[in-house]
Ligand binder design. Sequence first.
Ligand SMILES: [Zn+2]
Length: 511
Amino acid sequence: MKRIFDNKNVRYHLFIVSLTLIYGLVATVADFYGSPWSSAKDLVLLVMQAGVVMCATYSLLMLLALCRWVFAVVFPVMMLLTTVMVWFRYTQGVVLTPMIVELCFVNDASMAFTLLSFWLVVVLVVSFVFSAFAVWIRFRFVPSPSVLPNVAVGLLLLLSFTWLIPPFVRPVRQRMPFSFYSCTREFLSQRGVVMAERPPFDHPAVCQTDTLTVVMVIGESLRADHLQLNGYHRATTPLLASDTSVVSLPSVYTDEVFTHTSVPAMLTRADAANPDLAYEERSFIDLFRKAGYRTAWLANQESVKNYVYFMNECDTLVYANSGKSLYVYDKWLDGDLLPLVDDELSRTAPLKLLVLHTIGSHWWYESHYTDEFRRFEPVIDTRIVSSCTDEELVNSYDNTILYTDWFLTQLIGKLKDSRALMIYLSDHGESLGEDGFYLHAAEHETLHWPACMVWMSDAYKAAFPAKAAALRRNAGGRHTTGFLFHSILSGAAIETDYVVDSLNIFHNGRD
Ligand SMILES: [Zn+2]
């Protein structure tokens, strides 16, 4: 026994195991904190996932500690960053995202000091003392093992968890310590997209009115056939259904069924014949700016490479929940956008465009509505989809629609006394057990029919009676999401050659 312990490889790996366990207790547990589960099977799955993250951490630490000096520099830095994120995870429900990395880059040092509190300083000191102790142990008691076999095994394991075995890659990269690398890389790659210039629209765009607020709400996973407005058997939109200024478009078809591909298509002239325009051209936001609108993007979803360019086309880009990821199961509500809307509406600019990217009815439905909207029960209580019944899934999903009904009504309340237009279009639908399909992970017809509605204030209808009448006439017809680019420009009274009448729901001659 003593001889085994004397083996330098064994002692090295005992040291790495201990470090991994301590790091896992601090970081991995924080990353999985709050994950909902309701049965022993769910718990086993969760523990297995955490185990994979810890195995990946083990391989990283195994490589890191091979050189004592590298370990002495990198490990304390890794621990300090981890401690900061764990602190904010427990105190504010925040995890590391590319948006948080962006905030770190764009904010100055004084901002960082405002986040420092006495107890955060205390835990940082404890964390640093622990790192220093680990480094001392490494120098004093842990012999360096055989380099080549350890590098080979460590690299193979690390690459397997972070690159080679697809089911492990995303869950591992989203968790500490790997999230430090992946979020920074994602932030830098998004910067690249934003900096890459796209040609401006060269034809004129002129606004025909002096005062107007246009709000574009990008919905999430809301299917048209679950709206009371469209004849669904449940009262999912009682508030909107009682507002006669709301016009639903029940038959809008989308080719794209994932957020990352549908949002760029919605905002640009891209269509089935020219899908690449979503990645080559600017969006309607650019034409709004050209026509004199002040533009703002209020985000309640993460920025991603496919549409970060358009977010940055706006004069203002504000995140309601920059520290939320789909691996966090705390409340993540669209109501958090409302104060940001107030800020934008209080600006003096007479022409305003607000783009709201909502979280709507995204999976882990329970995160996206408050308890008062839990009207359909029983609801889901585990994040493992296969452990939920279809009834629970539909109930939770419908509760998110009740919340969206409330959210949009709040928004309308802020706009109704001004000349204003709101267009809501969900990015795609959602499968709720039809043919054994769930969420929006796999192609299914249920994904292609997103909810869509338009609301006009009385002052808007008075100023543009022909547009209001045309909308009511056109609403019931079948459309594709390609209508949005042309219709929002027309609805905003922007005259430009880019508007195609046959795709414009505010156009009188459209049949
Ligand atoms: Zn989506």
